[in-house]
Write a protein that binds this ligand. Sequence first.
Ligand code: BGC
Length: 410
Amino acid sequence: MAVLRFPEGFYWGSGTSAHQVEGGNRHNDWWAFEQQGRIRDGEVAGEAADWWHRYAADLTLAAELGQNAHKLSVEWSRIEKEPGVWDEGVIEHYRQMLSVMRNLGIAPFVVLHHFTNPLWLDATGCWENPDTPRRFAAFARLAAERFGDLVEAWITINEPMLLAAFGYVLGYWPPERSSWAAGLRAAANLMRAHRLAYAAIKDVLPAASVGVAVNSTVFELSSRSSFLERLLVAPADWMANQWFLDRIRSQLDFIGLQYYSRTTVRQLFFGDPAGGPLGDDLPVSDLGWAIYPQGLHDVCRRTWHRYRLPMHVTENGIADHADLQRKLFLHDHLRCLHEAIAGGADVRGYFHWSLVDNFEWREGFSPRFGLIEVDYATQARTVRDSARYYATVCRGNAIEVPEPGPPGLP
Ligand code: BGC
């Protein structure tokens, strides 16, 4: 076996987001959406993985599994239930969560916006309202003031372009707008929100490391691609992967890349957002998403060449209930990540999505992304085998790959 080492001080972790794991989030737009029966099988996030009460045990498991970093989000609607009123009890609870991480040797990467919005903000038009960026920046300032001593790195917004596309163009997520004009307004306000939040955090904490986490994909033309689809590849790539970053590049200390699969133009412009890209000849996840590790190499390399900023892979993972594919998925993606780093890309961390099974938005609880399985009836946790494999990588800061055979032999 050959050993491929990652750079000294590499962050190895996993991720969660507030609404997907905490439980008891009743003050945001997703809660309202769920009550209207919009989730598969009529599910609601409800108590989710009860992380609000069980975070310490889950983080202890993460530390035992060799992880030294964690990406989490703090829930805006929990901290600011009414405009301008900060909930001190909730702030204290998050401080304890962050302190537990620090005591376990886990560096917190804190996301300020992971898809959900306070109900009061929703009532004002949410991301179509030009005042929303200012409101968000006030929340970012508060977070910097109250959590700054515990946070390793800040991510202002998680996958802003996915939010603009699913919530405003495709009407698939709240607030169920279906208009390109609404989508463009939302995208512009999300860009401004990042810039203002970046400035607010830096004002409080000049040395803070502040970035954004963008969904990244590679566009492949499938065997069924039409002439129109071939024409649309370049604009699709620009819109999905570069537009947002181009507009905020001078307000970025690092870029968070989130990579799951390749995409077809058909899916972006005409497709069913629930289905994920078709596999063609590739193996697929439980959600039908093609498993394409080479894409992780390509997005890291391409982003490095365009922006020359430090990067973290802030999400990458697979829905795999039976845990039959996750180990190989991890191995193959990390091998491709290593190749990108060896080629010069400055990637400093990898966060597997996710630490525990969680509420997968409109798809409800059935997709299982966790390194740790959750039995939702009892909230019992079971460490999946793939998590133990990942632990060997985290502890060794390396992956093992077969030695190449002698030339000439298959
Ligand atoms: C999101 C997560 C989600 C994951 C898997 C990412 O787009 O940030 O919230 O669970 O993908 O779909």
